[in-house]
Design a protein around this ligand. Structure first.
Ligand SMILES: [Cu+2]
Length: 556
C-alpha cells in the first residue's frame, strides 16, 4: 500500500462518506475534514508496527517481581527517514517496555531518572498505596532512583504508566514517557482469547503529535486549549502496519494523546468486539461499530481478519462533534478529524485456522456492581480549568475518604463548548447514570476514566483501594493533559476512620512551579545546557508558545 499525501483530500472525502454511514446519531450535517492538516509521515509505504518489548522483571528472594526502568532521552525515527527526532523513553529512546505481572504478585519498580529534570511515574489504573502511586507528590530527581513496591490486588487489565509531575505532565508524556502494564489473572488466561503478545495480542499505544519543519516534536499549538496534533504516532511511529499470522487479533488500544479523543472503527465496516475497558474484562463482549477512547483510556477489542484481507483501524470524524457547537466561537477539539491509525493485514496463508466463536461470557465477576444505599456521595463540577471552583493546590486536601466502602461520585462538565474527562487514581468505577447530553458515550464496563461532552453528568459507583495513609494524597483530574496541568485536578487522602490528613509537600515536587512552567506549559527544562531540547528551535518554540498559552486562561 502506498499512500501519498497529495491524495489525502480525495481519500479524505471518500473516507468521510464511509464514516457518515457508520457514525453516531446525526446532530448536524456530516462534518467535513476540509480544514484538517494532513498527517505527516504517511506519504510512503507503511512500516511494520513496533511492538514494545515485554519486561517481565526478575523475581527476587522474597518473591517480589522487580522491574528496572530508566527514564532517558534519545533520538527516534518517528517519521520515516528522519532518525533525529528527540524523544524520551524508558529503557530506550521512545516509550517504554510493556510490564507484565499477575494478580496476587508483589512487584517493585526501580525507576532511575537519567533526564535533566525531575519527573514522576504514575501507575494509571492501578489500586495501590499512595506512596507507590507515583503522582505529583513522588518526585524522582535527576540522577535519583525511586523504588515503590506494592501487591497487585485487582483483576486482569491493561493499565499503563506515565509521568505525573506537577505542572509538566503534558510535556513529559508528549515526549514519550509512557508504557503499558498488563495485569494477568486466571480468568483472563483461561478464556479462549488471543494471548500471544506481539503475535495475536497486540499493544497499540496511540499518541497525537505535530512536528516542526526539521521533524522535531512541536511543543507549540495553535489551539490554546491544549496540544492538538496533526499526526497519529502508534507505538512510536507514523503509518504502521501489522501483518497478522492468525485470523483473530486482540488489540489493546491505549489513548496516550495529550488531549485528542479518538473514535476507532474498522475500514471494512465490521464491528469491533469490545472485550475489556480500562479496569479489565467485561462480563460479556459488546459489539460496537465504533469505540470512543478518550485521553488516558484503554479499550481491548477483537478484530477478525480473512486471509489476504487489508483492513485499517481508523479514527472516524464524529458528526455530533462531541456536542461542541460548530460555530466561530467554539474551539476545534479535533472531533471532525479522521485518521488511519493501523493497517491490519490478514494472514497470508489461506489455511490459517479460522477463529473460534468469541466467548459469550468473559468475567462474570465484572457484572457484580454494589448497591448505592447508604454510601457517601460527593459532587464534582468541572468548569474551564477548575474542579468545584478551585485549581490544583499540592498542599490542599480536597476530599478525605475514611472508610473502605465504595462511594457515589457525580461528575458534571459545566462547560458548554469544552469536552473534559475525569480520571480517579487508585480506583475503578461503573457509570450508573449518564445524562445532560445527546452524545453517545460508551459507559459499559469497569473504568477509571469517564468522558464528558459539554453539559454531561455521570454518576459513578467508585471502588477505591483502601491503604490508609494521611501523608500522601491521590489525584482525581481531567486527563486532557493541559487541563490537568492548568489546575483541573484535586486531591483525596485515604485515612483510618476519623483520622485527619497530614500532607507535606516535598520541595522537589514543586520544581516546575518555581521554574515558571505553570505560566508557559512549554516544558522548558531546568538545566537547558544538558537538554536535548536545548536547541534554538526548541527554545524558540517554547517562547512562542508562552504567549499563546498565557492568553488561554483569559478566554473563558
Ligand atoms: Cu478537561
Amino acid at each position: 500500500m502506498n499512500l501519498r499525501v497529495t491524495n489525502f483530500n480525495r481519500r479524505t472525502f471518500f473516507r468521510g462518506a464511509v464514516a457518515c454511514a457508520v457514525a453516531v446519531p446525526v446532530l448536524s450535517a456530516c462534518s467535513t475534514s476540509s480544514q484538517q492538516t494532513p498527517p505527516e509521515g504517511y506519504d510512503g509505504p507503511p512500516r511494520p508496527l513496533p511492538i514494545p518489548p515485554v519486561l517481565e522483571g526478575e523475581v527476587d528472594a522474597e518473591g517480589v517481581r522487580v522491574f528496572k526502568l530508566t527514564a532517558q532521552d534519545g533520538h527516534s525515527e518517528v517519521l520515516p527517514g528522519n532518525t533525529s527526532t528527540r524523544t524520551w523513553g524508558f529503557n530506550g529512546a521512545f516509550l517504554g517496555p510493556t510490564l507484565r505481572a499477575r494478580r496476587g504478585e508483589r512487584v517493585r519498580a526501580e525507576i532511575s531518572n537519567n533526564l535533566i529534570e525531575m519527573t514522576t511515574v504514575h501507575w494509571h489504573g492501578m489500586k495501590l498505596p499512595a506512596f507507590a502511586d507515583g503522582g505529583p507528590h513522588s518526585p524522582i530527581e535527576p540522577g535519583k532512583t525511586w523504588s515503590p513496591s506494592w501487591e497487585i490486588i485487582q483483576p486482569a487489565a491493561t493499565v499503563w504508566y506515565h509521568p505525573h509531575p506537577h505542572l509538566a505532565t503534558a510535556t513529559h508524556a508528549y515526549r514519550g514517557l509512557a508504557g503499558m502494564f498488563i495485569i494477568d489473572d486466571d480468568v483472563s488466561q483461561n478464556l479462549d482469547l488471543p494471548h500471544d503478545y506481539g503475535v495475536d495480542d497486540i499493544p497499540v499505544v496511540v499518541m497525537d503529535a505535530k512536528f516542526t519543519a526539521d521533524g522535531q516534536l512541536d511543543h507549540g499549538s495553535d489551539n490554546t486549549l491544549g496540544l492538538l496534533g496533526t499526526t497519529p504516532v502508534v507505538n512510536g511511529i507514523t503509518n504502521p502496519q501489522f501483518q497478522a499470522t492468525t485470523s483473530r487479533l486482540r488489540l489493546r488500544l491505549l489513548n496516550g494523546a495529550s488531549m485528542r479523543f479518538y473514535t476507532f472503527a474498522l475500514s471494512n465496516g465490521a464491528p469491533l468486539q469490545v472485550i475489556a475497558t480500562d479496569s479489565g474484562l467485561l462480563d460479556a463482549p459488546v459489539e460496537a461499530e465504533h469505540v470512543l477512547v478518550g485521553p488516558g483510556e484503554r479499550v481491548e477489542v477483537l478484530v477478525d481478519l480473512e486471509p489476504g484481507e487489508d483492513v485499517t483501524l481508523r479514527s472516524v470524524p464524529r458528526k455530533d462533534n462531541f456536542g461542541i457547537p460548530q460555530d466561530e466561537y467554539s474551539a476545534d477539539f479535533g472531533f471532525g478529524d479522521e485518521f488511519e491509525i493501523l493497517h491490519l493485514l490478514g494472514p497470508e496463508s489461506a489455511d490459517a485456522a479460522s477463529a473460534s466463536p468469541i466467548p459469550g461470557v468473559l468475567d462474570p465477576a465484572a457484572a457484580k456492581v454494589p448497591g448505592t444505599s447508604g454510601l457517601v456521595e460527593r459532587n464534582f463540577v468541572l468548569n474551564t480549568f477548575m474542579i468545584n471552583g478551585e485549581q490544583m493546590d499540592m498542599a490542599r486536601v480536597d476530599q478525605v475518604i475514611d472508610r473502605k466502602e465504595p462511594e457515589v461520585w457525580t461528575v458534571s462538565n459545566e462547560n458548554a463548548d469544552w469536552p473534559h474527562n475525569f480520571h480517579i487514581h487508585n480506583a475503578r468505577f461503573r457509570v450508573l447514570e449518564y445524562s445532560g447530553t445527546d452524545v453517545e458515550v460508551p459507559t459499559y464496563g469497569w473504568k477509571d476514566i469517564v468522558n464528558l461532552p459539554p453539559k454531561a453528568t455521570a454518576k459513578l459507583l467508585v471502588e477505591f483501594g483502601y491503604f490508609p495513609d494521611p501523608t500522601i494524597p491521590y489525584m482525581y483530574h481531567c486527563h486532557m493533559l493541559l487541563h490537568e496541568d492548568e489546575g483541573m485536578m484535586g486531591q483525596y487522602v485515604v485515612v483510618e476512620r476519623g483520622e485527619k490528613p497530614d500532607v507535606r509537600v516535598q520541595p522537589a515536587a514543586l520544581v516546575f512551579a518555581e521554574s515558571g512552567a505553570h505560566s508557559t506549559h512549554t516544558g522548558q527544562v531546568v538545566d537547558a545546557s544538558r537538554s536535548p531540547y536545548a536547541s534554538a528551535t526548541a527554545n524558540a518554540t517554547a517562547n512562542a508558545t508562552a504567549g499563546a498559552t498565557s492568553s488561554a486562561t483569559a478566554t473563558k
